[in-house]
Design a protein around this ligand. Structure first.
Ligand SMILES: Cc1ncc(COP(=O)(O)O)c(C=O)c1O
Length: 405
């Protein structure tokens, strides 16, 4: 039935259509379904007791403040805590970073939307890796950009392809350098350095989206792009540089907090803050005060150990099961952290069609084509290894093996 609303939607609402894959994945809610399709953390590692105790303390000691409106930039003690992480974390070691560098957002997803709102005009070009994070494409497509893509391989974005792509004069470069969603790939140190050098020579800023960097359970820690690019502007009491860095509490504490942060130079933080005012006034005061209470005494660093242990085990279980059940024509990677791994089926095999065959067997994944903004990747797929328990992983991969045979 046609309703009055169908005549009044904005053009952008029509471009946000529901996909076949989303419809298929709705079926994953059935009982006994094993889904490797979502991007959910392991629920077993949510620190429920610590959050309960922190909430109790916050509500007892400063309940009224925690339930009140707050500033758009975010709860100051939380911003101070994050600024100290950005100075002390060996991946960043920013010589200076203060509250003016930090904006608290309602998830990194909101930070991506605010970047779209404040930086993208219709027709602007944005350079992304292909494949890339679907949520960024969804956030930005509302603002009408054109995507310029650079391919990636096992060492992340192919930086050799960057210079030709920069001739399109993109407004910024977006990438997920650590344990990328969807591929689980990490940008090598050499490529990080070259990326910074090339981007700075062309005067193109970078958006570094890093929700997974702390989930490394193997191998060498790598410096952030933010840290490699720091110090190129006037350094005084705040960080200055050509990188907007995003990270989130979703994967290191719990996504239900809807809490993340932007670290960027003060001018950029102020601009994004203006955009945020119109979006939601501020991020939940209750979430911010409780998360700050949980995090303030070094809890997150200790808690990360448990997360890494769990994810290392689940990745290992998945790799072993794939070795046992997948046909020889399937190739996959071995990420050293994060939550995803990436499979390539034989040339000509369509992963979306394989998903259709997998759903009746009560197992699912995300076909890779959806992460390619300019097409391609039909024979690829993403598997999440963090959410399912080891037993389910073994069973789900065995079912998937039959589908891929
Ligand atoms: C690369 C990337 N960026 C941003 C987000 C959004 O995270 P959140 O809004 O939970 O902070 C995700 C979530 O999965 C992601 O994978």
């Amino acid at each position: 039935m046609e309703t009055i609303w169908q005549n009044v939607y904005a053009a952008r609402a029509r471009s946000m259509s529901s996909s076949v894959i989303r419809e298929l994945l709705k079926l994953t809610e059935q009982p006994d379904f094993i889904s490797f399709a979502g991007g959910l953390p392991a629920p077993e590692v949510f620190p429920v007791d610590q959050v309960r105790a922190a909430a109790e303390r916050v509500l007892t000691e400063r309940g009224a403040q925690a339930l009140q409106y707050s500033t758009t930039e975010g709860y100051r003690p939380l911003r101070e805590l994050i600024a100290s992480w950005m100075r002390d974390d060996p991946r960043h070691r920013l010589p200076v970073c203060g509250v003016d560098n930090i904006l608290i957002t309602s998830g990194s997803q909101q930070a991506l939307d605010l970047i779209g709102r404040m930086f993208i005009d219709p027709g602007d070009r944005i350079l992304v890796e292909s494949p890339t994070y679907l949520g960024a494409l969804q956030a930005w497509s509302a603002y009408g950009p054109q995507y310029v893509t650079v391919p990636s391989d096992d060492a992340g974005m192919v930086v050799d392809a960057l210079e030709p792509a920069l001739r399109a004069k993109p407004k910024f470069i977006y990438l997920v350098p650590n344990f990328n969603n969807p591929t689980g790939r990490t940008l090598s140190l050499e490529r990080r350095r070259r990326l910074i050098e090339i981007a700075s020579r062309h005067g193109v800023p970078i958006v570094e989206d890093d929700p997974y960097g702390q989930l490394r359970f193997e191998g060498e820690m790598l410096p952030s792009l933010l840290s490699l690019a720091a110090g190129r502007g006037p350094v005084n009491t705040a960080y200055h540089g050509n990188v907007i860095y995003l990270s989130s509490f979703s994967k290191i504490l719990a996504p239900g907090f809807r809490l993340a942060w932007v670290c960027a130079e003060p001018e950029v933080v102020a601009t994004l803050t203006r955009g945020k005012q119109g979006a939601d006034l501020h991020t939940s005061t209750l979430s911010q005060t409780i998360a700050c209470e949980v995090a303030k005494d070094g809890f997150i660093a200790r808690h990360l150990e448990a997360i890494r242990r769990t994810y290392r085990e689940r990745r290992n279980v998945m790799l072993a099961a794939m070795q046992q059940h997948f046909p020889a024509s399937v190739r996959w990677n071995r990420p050293e952290g994060g939550m995803f791994l990436w499979c390539e089926l034989a040339e000509g095999v369509d992963a979306t069609e394989r998903l259709r065959a997998a759903v009746p067997k009560k197992v699912a994944f995300v076909p890779g084509a959806s992460f390619h903004p300019c097409g391609g990747g039909e024979n690829t797929l993403r598997l999440n290894f963090s959410n399912a328990a080891p037993e389910q992983i073994r069973e789900g991969i065995a079912r998937l093996g039959e589908v891929l045979e």
